[in-house]
Structure formats: C-alpha cells, structure tokens
Design a protein around this ligand. Structure first.
Ligand code: SF4
Length: 332
C-alpha cells in the first residue's frame, strides 16, 4: 500500500517533488559535461528534466547508465538525420478538433497537457505544438460534444505530455463529465508517472479511478527494470490493489534495452507487480533521436530471442507506428 500521509501533505508532495526536478546536467552525473557530450542546443530545444525519484536510480559514475542515457541531452541530437522529423506520425493530420486524436476505431485520445514530469530524449512528441492543441484551453465543451456525437467510441485515452501532470481536481472534473456519456465504457491513462514521480499516485487519484463507472486502464511506460525502484513498485502495487488494469509499453532503445537479458528482466519484473507487457515500440523517427534507433532486423531477432525465454503472455507485441496508417503495424 502507498504510505498514508495527511491528504494535504500528499497533495503537496508530488507537486513539490516536481519542483525539485533536476534541470542542470551537472546535477545528474558526476562526469563532466564535456566527456558526457552534453549538447546545450538539445537542452535548449527540449530541456533536461528529471524528477528526484528517477534521478535516485541513476548511477552518477556510470556514463552508460540506461536511465541516464534516456534523459541526458546528447550532442548526437544536433545531427540532422534523413527520415527523422518534427512530427514523425503526422499526428496533426488526425486532429478533428484541438487536442483530439481520432486515429483508431472506438477510441479517442485526448492530449490534455504539454507538461511531463520527465523529459525522455526519444519522445516522439518532443516537437509537438501542444499549446495549440490542449483541449482544456476552453476546448473542453467542444471535446465533450465530439465524444457525445460519436457513439461508436467506447474508450477515452488521456495522454499528453503526461496527463497526470493535471491535479486531482481537474482530473475529477474531466472524469465526471466523461461518465455522463453513456456509450463510453473505459478510461485509459498513458503515463510515465509511476516510475518518473511515483508520489503522484496518491490516494485521491486512486479513489478517482476506483470509484469511476468507467473501467480504468493505466498504461505505464517503463523501458528498463532499473526504473522500478521501491517508490515505483509501491505506486504500481497501489494501482493494482485498487483493481486498475495495468499494461506496460516500452520503446526499444539502442544501448538501453536492446538485449534479450534486459527485456526478459523487464517483463519478469513488471509481471511481479501485476503489469502485463503490452507493446515494445520501434522508435518513432523523431528529429534528435536517431542515435537511439534499433533497426527492424535487430528488433525482430531480439523479439524471437525473448520468445524463447519467456512464456507467451510475458512477450510484448513488437510494433511500430507508421504515419498515415490507422493501426499500429505488428512486426512479427
Ligand atoms: S513522459 Fe512520455 S510524453 Fe513525456 S517526454 Fe517521456 S515519453 Fe514523452
């Protein structure tokens, strides 16, 4: 169970801990920024941001730390690479209204905020013009109208940014409004908070999910078992104990999780916490992230290897998004 602190203190804890996020390269690694190949330009475009709980899991002496690599602005981000662009999935083509992505049958994704607790260097939305898209910027009534008039929609997905950057009061208003739409059945939340800032999974948020008539699904984003420290495990268990369906999606990242041993350990560790491995994504070709790319043939070989080492239900589906296609493409 998550530690029970007085409500007000809990409420403050996650927001204060985010204020303590590391934003300076010198504070995240003991290695000097020159040898670590820090890029001021990449930092300027998409600033370093690492909350304390995630930073605590980084070995500051290890230049190859798999968590450090995910967050450190690297000079390789500055090199333009053919095929890597600002909007790799042409998401702006699928927005029927600001902040609404309707790519898939029966599901509508809402981009609720630009903010994230952590800045992942490989993020496919790192260049996305969120300020034009946020449905909470006076667009919420139109979003509700859209959902009401599309009665084939069964599931609403909260995404961002990280939707759990909204406070519990705002989330409660959104969920209560969605509950009034009879054809909606599920609420899915895509979040990295359980590992990035586990204190965000507070009793108020858990109660909101547990008491909603919408069936809650939380899709966490964990790339490496090292991300599952004690606070993260506690937060995930609290969601699990509240009856939330838990899935994980990872991105296959070079020099971070591109080995069968790492992927097997990740699936095993997730399952211990009640999280089912769901998707292993090929990197989306976003500008600045080419050095994380694992080619398709290597990805397929790794996937075949982990199939031999894990029961089928612990093998995530290897997928990639292709711009213009309404479905994820299964690679195997
Ligand atoms: S938390 Fe998710 S949306 Fe935010 S930077 Fe990381 S991958 Fe991107």
């Amino acid at each position: 169970m998550i530690q029970l602190l007085p409500t007000r203190l809990q409420h403050m804890t996650w927001q204060y801990s985010l204020k303590d996020a590391i934003t300076s390269p010198a504070d995240i690694t003991l290695l000097d920024t020159e040898s670590r190949q820090f890029s001021p330009a990449a930092h300027g475009q998409f600033p370093l941001r690492v909350p304390p709980a995630f930073a605590d899991l980084i070995d500051p002496d290890n230049p190859d730390d798999p968590l450090l690599r995910q967050v450190f602005p690297d000079v390789r981000e500055d090199e333009p690479v053919a095929g890597f662009g600002a909007d790799p999935l042409n998401e702006q083509d699928f927005q029927p209204a600001p902040g609404i992505l309707h790519k898939y049958h029966g599901r509508v994704l809402l981009l609720l905020t630009a903010a994230c607790a952590i800045h992942c260097r490989y993020c496919f939305r790192r260049h996305f013009p969120y300020s034009d898209s946020n449905p909470l910027n006076s667009h919420w009534p139109a979003t509700l109208d859209y959902l009401r008039t599309h009665d084939d929609v069964r599931e609403v997905i909260f995404s961002g940014g990280d939707p759990l950057m909204l406070d519990d009061e705002k989330l409660t208003v959104l969920v209560r409004d969605l509950e009034t739409i009879p054809h909606l059945r599920r609420l899915r939340i895509h979040t990295r908070m359980p590992v990035a800032a586990p204190e965000r999974i507070n009793p108020e948020f858990i109660d909101l999910l547990a008491q909603s008539r919408l069936r809650p699904v939380v899709v966490v984003h964990v790339n490496h078992a090292q991300e599952l420290g004690v606070p993260a495990r506690r937060a995930i268990r609290a969601l699990r104990n509240a009856g939330v369906t838990l899935l994980n999606q990872s991105v296959l990242l070079r020099a971070i999780n591109d080995s069968a041993a790492v992927l097997v350990e990740l699936s095993e560790s997730l399952f211990e916490l009640g999280v089912m491995p769901y998707y292993l994504h090929l990197l989306d070709p976003v500008a600045g992230a080419a050095h994380f790319r694992v080619d398709k043939a290597t990805a397929k070989r790794l996937h075949t290897e982990i199939q031999k080492l894990l029961p089928g239900y612990l093998v995530p589906r290897l997928v990639r998004e292709v711009a213009g296609f309404p479905n994820k493409q299964l690679l195997v």
